[in-house]
Write a protein that binds this ligand. Structure first.
Ligand SMILES: Cc1cc2nc3c(=O)[nH]c(=O)nc-3n(C[C@H](O)[C@H](O)[C@H](O)COP(=O)(O)OP(=O)(O)OC[C@H]3O[C@@H](n4cnc5c(N)ncnc54)[C@H](O)[C@@H]3O)c2cc1C
Ligand code: FES
Length: 645
């Protein structure tokens, strides 16, 4: 990746070892930071693929000893962490967004950046509230006292309307808060060592890595696995001719799942992330040229730019792909997953393949002898996860043609959940309407569905029926009948929910019909839509989340019922506490001494656990170990730390 970008990359991940900060770089935030920050999923990032990059982990950005990072601090204070399982992921997503934004991000950007993070406990309100303070927004929303309206009533910072959300004291002296989520932000750094404000210590890109020359890699792993990283297309083709069966890797978001969960094994892997010829992003006369190794997040940025420059007429396909990418996985996946990886995986539920097919995209393929051939996307998918690519061939690029006047493209995806979910059914549809003898008729149409068969299916009969006809309501019944024939779903079709999915295929087409009718109507070439149907043509945009939690605070002289930050939150934010069994030859054994450097809070935890162990008459003692580099080291280190009687 470094070879293909002018900048270096930082890869923030949750729970990964952090390279030590050198003395010269520590606390030197004045140095201009180089590089871009990407949040990625640590579990899908092979260590080899990170060579030359700066890995920033949740432990690295702040901890209880050096001080929590403001992102960590906010999450704890706003009650955004309960069991703490998801917490490192949320922290790193937010951290990466802040580090990669030149301006404070908007609330929409914050929510988008968290789309790949799931939490089972807290609900998302406290998490989103916690990070809201980093958004470019009205500061008054985050002050303790809501502003007042003309009649003296408090204005709710959330809704902007008069309300009772100001804290009040009832007749019994109990404090009642109807808006717990909006509170003053008081930084509460948890510094046991030097007490510096955290922003004095923001991590920079290590100078050692700035000086590092990018080299081709040949690494040997366990069980004879070999990992190559060529730096040029020539080198890649040479490797491919030596190892035709070698697995190409880009984002590893597909291969990683295959090897982790499906027991797939690949002896030779070629990472093509540093091959510049596969990273092309070019505006050409006949369309866009998109290199196969281009990452989806990069493609999003590029499409936005092209659409802004070229206007809507030529870019209907670009707009459809951009809209589809919004609902493609989450940020962490889009930061690594590539265009070519998605195409060559040929998943029946790929969100992009129906669109490449319907837009008339073509694929350029190169073989080990440097011969380049072009195939239309429609002919590329041969069967279940099978594509028209020989062992000695590599997908080079995709050509996405410009759209013509009166040519409309639309994307569809229905999943159980909007974000970070795979499609139940998806589709790409395109129609070109031209004038013939005073009538505006369909001259070309393409309707492709995903999630309905082993490969994306083209609705051939429906397409033939529509060509040459005027697109109006009278066509719909026949088109629906033909669609049912084109896209049959057997009762026992894989994926189930057959009736629902069948109805989706029809409703997608109906929406497409309404969309095109509306577009033609805006040009005065078609009748208008019923008001009742207008909502069907709008792409879904999720409003920024707002929410409040109302509850009564009843003081009982204890912490019970009070909205207090729970103690373990501060420990969860840098890392989730690890548990390990330490065996003992005697029962009821107390911990006599703790060897090594543990701060007081850890000693307290160990002490409490020791008491608990005695109380429960357990043969073994559960020890919580924090800040240890890896799980598998824990038992060994804890044996050393504890002197057990
Ligand atoms: C959490 C999660 C969510 C996801 N959500 C979605 C979703 O919403 N929609 C969706 O469609 N998919 C989704 N996916 C699937 C996945 O992200 C995509 O298929 C992704 O685009 C694959 O790209 P990659 O670079 O990671 O591929 P890799 O895993 O690196 O490679 C995938 C395959 O492509 C081959 N390949 C790659 N480049 C080339 C080339 N140039 N020439 C020949 N072969 C090549 C590789 O050899 C390999 O077989 C999701 C995956 C995960 C893990
Ligand atoms: S899963 Fe999010 S705090 Fe438990």
């Amino acid at each position: 990746m470094i070879g293909s970008h002018p900048e270096f990359e930082h890869i923030p991940t949750a729970r990964r070892p952090e390279p030590r900060r050198s003395r010269s770089t520590r606390n030197s935030s004045k140095t201009t930071p180089l590089g871009r920050h990407f949040a990625i999923n640590a579990c899908l990032a092979p260590l080899y693929s990170l060579e030359g990059m700066h890995i920033i982990t949740v432990e690295g950005i702040g901890n209880c000893r050096r001080g929590l990072h403001p992102v960590q601090e906010r999450l704890a204070e706003a009650h955004g962490s309960q069991c703490g399982f998801c917490t490192p992921g949320f922290v790193m997503s937010m951290y990466a967004l802040l580090r990669s934004s030149k301006q404070p991000p908007t609330k929409e950007q914050i929510e988008d950046s968290l789309a790949g993070n799931l939490c089972r406990c807290t609900g998302y309100r406290p998490i989103i509230d916690a990070f809201g303070v980093f958004a470019k927004t009205d500061d008054s929303l985050y002050t303790a006292s809501p502003s007042e309206s003309a009649n003296g009533k408090a204005i709710c910072p959330s809704t902007g309307k008069p309300c009772l959300c100001r804290n009040e004291t009832d007749v019994n002296g109990n404090e009642s808060s109807l808006l717990s989520s909006v509170k003053t932000y008081l930084p509460s750094s948890y510094n046991e060592i030097d007490g510096n404000a955290y922003n004095e210590k923001e991590l920079i890109f290590p100078p050692e890595l700035q000086l590092r020359k990018i080299m081709p890699l040949r690494l040997n792993g366990f069980n004879g696995v070999r990992w190559y990283r060529p730096l040029k297309l020539d080198q890649l083709l040479q490797l491919k001719s030596c190892y035709p069966e070698a697995k190409l890797i880009i984002g590893n978001s597909e291969v990683g799942v295959e090897t982790e969960f499906k027991n797939a094994q690949y002896g030779v892997m070629i990472s093509v992330t540093h091959v510049p010829e596969l990273h092309t992003l070019k505006v050409e006369e006949d369309g866009l040229r998109i290199g196969s190794a281009v990452r989806l997040a990069q493609l999003q940025d590029f499409l936005k730019k092209v659409i802004a420059e070229r206007g809507s007429l030529q870019t209907s396909s670009c707009q459809a792909i951009l809209r589809q990418l919004k609902w493609f996985a989450g940020t962490q996946i889009r930061n690594v997953a590539s265009v070519g990886g998605n195409i060559c995986t040929a998943s029946p539920i790929s969100d992009l393949n129906p669109l490449w097919m319907s837009t008339g995209a073509t694929f350029q393929i190169i073989d080990v002898n440097n011969n380049v051939r072009t195939t239309v996307a429609k002919d590329f998918f041969l069967g279940y996860r099978k594509v028209d690519l020989k062992d000695d061939e590599v997908l080079l690029s995709v050509i996405l043609p410009w759209t013509r006047p009166f040519e409309y493209v639309k994307e569809f995806k229905q999943a159980h959940r909007r974000q970070d979910d795979i499609a139940l059914v998806n589709a790409g549809m395109r129609v070109h309407i031209t004038e013939a003898e005073g009538n505006w008729i369909v001259s070309d149409v393409s309707i492709v569905y995903g999630g309905v068969a082993a490969v994306p299916l083209t609705a051939g009969k429906t397409e033939s029926f529509l060509v040459g006809k005027k697109l109006d309501y009278g066509l719909l019944d026949e088109a629906f009948n033909l669609l049912k024939e084109d896209i049959p779903l057997a009762e026992n079709a894989p994926g189930g929910m057959v009736e629902f999915r069948s109805s989706l295929t029809l409703s997608f087409f109906f929406k497409f019909f309404l969309y095109v009718t509306h577009e033609m109507n805006t040009k005065g070439l078609s009748e208008g839509l019923d008001v009742a149907n207008m909502s069907a043509i709008q792409s879904y945009t999720r409003p920024v989340t707002t929410g409040t939690q109302g509850y009564e605070l009843v003081r009982q002289g204890t912490a019970v019922g009070q909205p207090m930050v729970h103690l373990s939150a501060m420990l969860q934010l840098p890392n989730f506490p690890l548990g390990s069994l330490v065996s003992s030859s005697q029962k009821m054994c107390p911990v006599l001494t703790i060897l090594g450097q543990l701060d007081s809070s850890k000693k307290r935890i160990l002490g409490q656990l020791s008491m608990m162990g005695r109380f429960l008459h357990l043969m073994s003692l559960l020890v919580l170990a924090r800040s240890l580099e890896s799980l598998w080291q824990t038992p060994m280190i804890m044996q050393k730390l504890l002197q057990i009687k």
